[in-house]
Design a protein around this ligand. Structure first.
Ligand code: HAM
Length: 410
């Protein structure tokens, strides 16, 4: 990723970091690769594990079977089980995930996620906190057309009976399912509900849904999550088909979609609650809830909605020097010493070429030194954005003057 996109990426991370740190989440930095067993636990029947993991053997004897991280939750849970921090444990992360998927717009083999995981309580208000944080994040960036879907996948009490009911429902219609699910629906019947192919959609119109078959505690839990979101003004719709692509979820699941992306790759974030993952990683039974938010997708959504992600810093002043370059050398240095972002052109380019570069730099002011200005001991100060007249300032006063002008505009 090159500038300016990389600058937008940094800004997305910075805005996220300050929002979640203010809510009590601490940064966790987990390894990019781990024992494959850590990631296999996110779901033996999922595409992420079955088809998309980058795995390899290292040089140990016997060799370790390792995999590149396909998502963030497993590593956080593994670290929690290993280090046993105090509860509740609230962590945030940013970093690359690797999935061997068919690359297309918005779907990459290396993508980057921002995420949080909060472990240690079943309290549905924590689900609300996590979901509301992500909703507020999109909003704070300036995204306006992001929608939230919510579902509950039940728990170990009510899921088995529901799964059996759905399995029997699908068995009676197996011939009508898509090619893949006709043979694979028994691996995880719930995944058929998430299949976008017309045969599966048509065959499951009147399928039973988990959210209508919840045990009493699960029903109370999702009801409280809905009430909390309503109370905080976070708009959502219940999507009975929302299953998600990983196996560890119990109870709450959710997904945010950016309407402006208008494609199959419109999920800008998603997550939910998980029950058994910590135990599976060798820790004490500890529930958790979290989300992952795809940075590249958010960048695409911002682009599609015309959101300006330029940060306040960067190059603020561009020095155009047609007297040989010494004035540009000295002025950029002096400006930077004062903390003012500045840049210049090289190789004694023409006046026109230097102004083109000034425009591209995003600077708000150009300082122009031509032979006439140099002779008068002056610098021309030309606003590049927001209008205003060009005027001349004494060379000895120009840095102070730039500081004053930018302070007013900042
Ligand atoms: P996920 O839905 O698989 O969930 O991924 C989270 C987000 O990462 C997606 O909503 C999407 O924005 C982005 N994403 C996923 N795959 C790609 C890709 N190939 N290219 C570009 N962006 C992608 C998880 O990974 C869970 N760990 C979320 C979670 C955290 N659940 C509980 N805690």
């Amino acid at each position: 990723m090159l500038a300016p996109a990389s600058g937008h990426y940094q800004r997305l991370v910075a805005v996220f970091a300050s929002a979640v740190e203010r809510a009590g989440y601490g940064l966790i930095i987990s390894p990019m690769f781990e024992d494959i067993a850590v990631f296999a636990r996110v779901g033996e029947s999922t595409d992420v594990v079955r088809k998309e993991m980058y795995d390899f053997f290292d040089r140990s004897t016997p060799p370790n079977h390792l995999a590149l991280r396909p998502e963030g939750t497993a590593s956080v849970v593994r670290a929690f089980a290993q280090h046993r921090p105090a509860l509740p444990f609230k962590a945030w992360y940013v970093g690359p995930s690797f999935r061997y998927e068919a690359p297309q717009a918005g779907r990459y083999r290396q993508h980057h996620q921002l995420g949080v995981e909060a472990l240690g309580t079943e309290d549905p208000d924590l689900d609300v906190e996590v979901i509301a944080l992500l909703a507020a994040y999109y909003c704070s960036l300036g995204l306006r057309r992001v929608t939230l879907r919510l579902n509950s996948l039940g728990d170990a009490v009510c899921r088995p009976a529901y799964r059996a009911e759905l399995g029997a429902f699908l068995a009676a219609r197996a011939d009508a399912l898509c090619d893949e699910h006709r043979v694979r629906y028994t691996d995880n019947p719930l995944r058929v509900l998430d299949c976008k192919k017309p045969p599966c959609v048509a065959a499951t119109v009147d399928a039973p849904f988990q959210i209508d078959r919840l045990c009493e505690p699960c029903a109370a839990h999702i009801a409280r999550v809905g009430e909390g979101l309503d109370a905080l003004g976070v708009t959502f719709s219940v999507d009975r088909r929302l299953v998600r692509g990983l196996d560890y979820y119990t109870r709450t699941t959710f997904e945010f979609a950016a309407e402006a992306l208008g494609s199959a790759q419109d999920a800008v974030g998603g997550g939910g609650r998980y029950g058994g993952l910590v135990e599976e990683m060798g820790g004490p039974p500890t529930p958790g809830v979290g989300f992952g938010c795809g940075i590249e997708r958010v960048l695409l959504a911002c682009d599609a909605e015309g959101v300006d992600l330029r940060g306040p810093a960067g190059v603020e002043v561009f020095v155009v020097d047609t007297t040989g370059g010494a004035a540009a050398r000295d002025l950029t240095h002096e400006l930077r010493l004062r903390g003012i972002g500045s840049d210049r052109a090289w190789d004694q380019r023409s006046f026109k070429a230097q102004f083109k570069a000034a425009d591209r730099s995003g600077a708000r002011l150009a300082l122009v030194v031509g032979p006439d200005e140099a002779e008068r001991g002056a610098v021309a100060l030309k606003p590049l954005r927001g209008g205003g007249e060009q005027r001349e300032v004494a060379r000895s006063e120009v840095v102070d003057e730039v500081e004053t002008v930018l302070d007013v505009q900042r």
